[in-house]
Design a protein around this ligand. Structure first.
Ligand code: KG4
Ligand code: ZN
Length: 333
């Protein structure tokens, strides 16, 4: 019988709800973004984000159900992001999901946000099946995760310091570009030339761990030096050079890891997966290495609840990660 999961996502600055059928078919994916609210602060202000999730959450859930043409009573389970993320934001989603599950007498399923990002690929690609290796590149995470089955996720490596999206956002900020910086750098990079080398020694480590703070600091120092000398800042060239270095390093490390593990199927996930240069370069590198690559459309790369509903469905059918009213948000999950 068909199973309908209501997904709820509120870990950062997007309030989202979605109904997904059988883990794969997205019937609705409503996303209320707070980007405009946070832009003047140059980043997400957690208290403002939490308060706005509270205003948006019930209308977003109602809209997701209405658009899917599914009533609350027809839902088989409620899946919610319980971490990682901003604590005050996560709590809004978790509390709403608990209240709904309790009132409707439906199972409550807890979902790890990063595993949710990876699951966006199950919606985008109906034919995709584990095992595969995933590259998660977002504002909070840069990780390589091996997915051996629908509910078996094993971290292979992560970043030792900044996440790649964080580096994009900080570089954009120092260049005076609006928040969120990633999409702005993506646009500017296309207008510039990658003629600056910030970190000549940036290369894949043997343990496949990432580190982006050195590259970020090198760009910040470069801009400060030019400013102090009163010279013009070549914004587009800096964007192109930073992108080439950051993405080149991200891709090389991932391909090296996949080759060592002998995995020939890969998926890309997370907000930075919307980056056009990453999509292009990872595609080329995977082709060369004989790896089949899956890349979701940009709307499924950034935070959304469809990915949470899909991940929740697989836990639901496996009888795993079922939560009760003691479920709490875990900011550093
Ligand atoms: O996955 P996400 O929506 O939220 C987190 O879970 O962190 O990722 C947001 C991150 C931000 O750092 C944003 O600047 C970055 O994804 N991003 C991009 C692009 N679109 C979003 N970075 C580079 N190029 C893009 N086109
Ligand atoms: Zn995310």
């Amino acid at each position: 019988m068909d199973k309908y999961i209501l997904g709820i996502e509120s870990s950062c600055d997007e309030t989202s709800a979605s109904v997904v059928k059988n883990g794969r078919e997205c019937l609705s994916n409503i996303i209320s973004s707070q980007i405009e609210l946070h832009r003047r602060f140059g980043g997400v202000v957690p208290e403002i984000a939490g308060r706005n999730h509270l205003l948006a959450i019930m209308p977003v859930i109602d809209e997701a159900l209405a658009k899917a043409g599914v009533t609350k009573e027809q839902i088989d389970g409620v899946a919610v992001t319980y971490g990682a993320g901003l604590i005050g934001c996560l709590l809004v989603g978790v509390s709403s999901a608990k209240a709904l599950a309790y009132a409707l007498g439906k199972p409550l399923i807890k979902v790890n946000h990063i595993q949710g990002h990876i699951s966006a690929n199950f919606i985008a690609f109906p034919e995709l099946k584990p095992p595969f290796l995933s590259l998660v590149a977002s504002g909070g995470h840069t990780s390589i995760i091996e997915v051996s089955d629908y509910t078996k996720y094993a971290p292979v490596s992560a970043t030792m310091d900044d996440a790649i999206g964080e580096a994009f956002d900080k570089v954009a900020r120092i260049l005076g570009l609006p928040y969120p910086g990633g999409p702005e750098i993506d646009k500017r990079a296309k207008l510039g030339s990658p003629n600056i080398r910030f970190c000549p020694n940036l290369k894949a480590r043997n343990d496949h761990a990432y580190s982006f703070s050195g590259l970020k600091t090198a760009v910040v120092n470069y801009v400060h030096n030019l400013t102090q000398r009163g010279e013009e800042i070549p914004v587009n060239d800096i964007c192109a050079s930073f992108t080439a270095e950051a993405i080149g390093y991200l891709v090389d490390t991932f391909i090296q890891t996949a080759s060592e593990k002998g995995l020939t199927k890969a998926v890309l996930a997370g907000g930075v997966a919307a980056n056009s240069y990453l999509r292009q370069e990872l595609g080329k590198a995977c082709d060369k290495a004989g790896i089949t690559l899956f890349v979701p459309p940009p709307v499924l790369c950034t935070d959304n609840a469809a990915m949470i509903a899909s991940r929740g469905y697989y836990s639901f059918v496996a009888g795993e990660d079922l939560a009760d009213l003691t479920l709490n948000a875990v900011s550093n999950l």
